[in-house]
Design a protein around this ligand. Structure first.
Ligand code: GN1
Ligand code: MG
Length: 368
């Protein structure tokens, strides 16, 4: 599409103002994201985020917008009432008052405010940032924790239910005649050896040990907004997957993202490792907030969740590779295979550090 076309879309959310610039923003694997600059004197309104929702993945995008209205308002109010320095992106309505714009081709567009004076990082370089990332997740979960889950629609059915991803893997595996390179064989073996693992959180939920709560769904490092002047986390963005779930999905996802300091896009998958010091700092920051709402059973599944979410994402990438790259955006045909290898190597490293990670968690449950 042409810049001119994007300006036209952006204008649907900014009537009466001149659109100065629209450029691609971030590197999301699902939606298309743009940063729009408009001609206004108000610094906090100069830019906003414009997104085309991938409706192959999010089949009911209107539900996303409904959720977003409900929980952002709730969380903003709670943050203000309790004196938290915290920002929630705002939904920007289109000219006709709706929370989205459908273009003539049927694409679903929405606009949200940009968290002004803040930026995010792709990977974690030091313990101070790690603590902020953990703090961001804890604060987010805390501010949303009193919103009854029935007020949140399910925007993506089956999201983070690991056994379902294994079923999809089975289907993709049986339907596709693919070349079995050494890497593919490695992934197949890796999954085979860990099938049982996939059920750990869902079993705990079925047995009543873990309960559904509102979750973020995608708290990876680059979704944490860090205030440029203070270095403190002030927001956790990318809110399409906020829905009822297990908070362990969030903890595991945040840890698999933050503790892989080479990043999930590295081509050197064999060098990927879990960094236990970064892990300890993320958990420390997280628990400053989460200590108030975690149960004893919640702590019991922390290690499992860290291991599981890395494994799950590996299975998801590998399945998409087998299925012909239909879910995650790719830059080349082997991209999802490479990403799967990264997550599996990370899983292996988490397994190797199991005793240390459990020790770190134990020390935080009962501080000396
Ligand atoms: C996808 O689109 P993005 O990058 O925000 C995915 C997450 C994965 C992530 C891996 C809806 O998120 O679950 O963890 O890629 N989102 C969805 O980078 O599937
Ligand atoms: Mg996302």
């Amino acid at each position: 599409m042409h810049l001119h076309h994007y300006s036209f879309i952006a204008e649907q959310f900014a009537p009466y103002t001149q659109v100065v610039n629209v450029h691609e923003f971030g590197n999301g694997n699902i939606n298309d994201t743009y940063l729009v600059t408009i001609d206004t004197a108000l610094p906090e309104e100069k830019q906003f985020v414009l997104q085309r929702i991938n409706t192959q993945v999010f089949k009911q995008p209107r539900l996303i917008m409904q959720n977003m209205r409900a929980f952002t308002e709730h969380m903003r109010r709670r943050a203000r009432d309790e004196g938290h320095q915290w920002e929630m992106p705002r939904v920007i309505p289109a000219c006709d008052g709706q929370d989205f714009y459908l273009d003539p081709e049927g694409n679903f567009w929405r606009a949200i405010s940009y968290v002004h004076g803040a930026h995010s990082f792709e990977t974690i370089k030091d313990a101070a940032l790690a603590r902020e990332v953990g703090y961001a997740l804890g604060t987010f979960q805390y501010l949303i924790s009193d919103l009854p889950i029935h007020k949140l629609a399910d925007t993506l059915e089956g999201f983070h239910i690991t056994p379902r991803y294994l079923q999809s893997f089975n289907r993709a595996f049986s339907q596709n005649g693919f070349k079995r390179s050494a890497e593919v064989k490695h992934c197949l073996n890796f999954i085979e050896q860990r099938r049982e693992l996939a059920h750990v959180l869902e079993n705990a939920r079925e047995h009543g040990r873990l309960q559904l709560r509102p979750v973020h769904g995608d708290p990876k490092v680059n979704n944490v907004m860090i205030d440029e002047s203070t270095g403190r986390a002030i927001s956790l963005v990318d809110l399409d997957t906020v829905k009822p779930g297990l908070i362990h999905y969030d903890i595991g996802d945040c840890m698999r993202s933050g503790c892989n300091t080479l990043g999930e896009e590295t081509e050197q998958w064999e060098a990927v490792e879990f960094d236990p010091e970064i892990g300890a700092a993320i958990l420390e920051g997280y628990l400053t907030q989460a200590r108030n709402f975690l149960t004893v059973a919640d702590y019991d599944y922390l290690f499992d969740s860290i291991r599981l979410l890395a494994f799950e994402l590996g299975v998801r990438f590998f399945t998409d590779y087998l299925a012909g790259n239909v879910y995650f955006k790719v830059k080349h045909p082997q991209h999802n295979l490479q990403r799967a290898l990264v997550q599996f190597k990370l899983t292996e490293s988490i397994e190797a550090y199991e005793a240390d990670i459990r020790h770190i968690i134990q020390g935080m449950v009962s501080p000396a």
